[in-house]
Write a protein that binds this ligand. Sequence first.
Ligand SMILES: O=P(O)(O)O[C@H]1O[C@H](CO)[C@@H](O)[C@H]1O
Ligand SMILES: O=c1cc[nH]c(=O)[nH]1
Length: 249
Amino acid sequence: MPVHVTPPFAGTPHIAAGRGDFAPLVLMPGDPRRARRIADTFLQDARQVTDIRGILGYTGRHQGVPMSVLASGMGIPSVSIYATELFRYYGVRRIVRVGTAGAITESVAVRDVVIASAAHTDSSLSRILVDGVTLSLAPSYLLLRAAADAAELEKSSGAAVHIGPVFTSDHFYLDRPALFDAIQRRGTLAVEMEAAGLYAVACAEGGEALAVLTVSDHLRTGEALTAEERETDFDRALRIAATALLTDV
Ligand SMILES: O=P(O)(O)O[C@H]1O[C@H](CO)[C@@H](O)[C@H]1O
Ligand SMILES: O=c1cc[nH]c(=O)[nH]1
């Protein structure tokens, strides 16, 4: 009689980690160097768990609770792969994106934090998942509420924290001023490239997700953080994101 042997889990095509290498709570910046910096400065006892394609992932602890960080790369296709594999194969329960964004309205300044309560998108993603329906891509209410509470505690630290819709664009160099005017008039605060993909995957996989963004560029004033500041100036967003991840655990 043939003996059926289940091969040991050898990771996914994109993540080299074994089962149990990721904590259920994951911080997700776009940039792998920011992932390494979060592991070095924000997590305790962090160890690297994956590096395929230079997409770095680490697991350690924050406030005594196991927590991981994994870069998403840039854009919806990339974040969709990593978020799907974390939720589906690694038992991940919550992912909070800690990314950068460009402000599209004067009321939001560079270095402010934007918590994405919804993600409009020019990607076909919101239309292709359920036939005949344009999905509303939104975060976990529990994580959003926890982040909003955490944002209150950050008020004394200077730059403002805003909560509102963002625009997840498929094209970083999108040259359509009328489009940005129209979405600004409809209350959209900032543009970035992953939140809608993360929210769509979380909803499909039964996970919880949120995006907490640091404003790195201003599309109206032209002000911008340097490349180094983009890697380092996100402490408030990180504290808000981690507090949200830890809620009710
Ligand atoms: O800083 P991250 O998290 O990568 O986010 C923003 O920066 C990249 C573009 O420069 C896009 O990924 C965009 O969403
Ligand atoms: O302008 C910006 C800044 C960060 N991320 C974006 O997608 N756009």
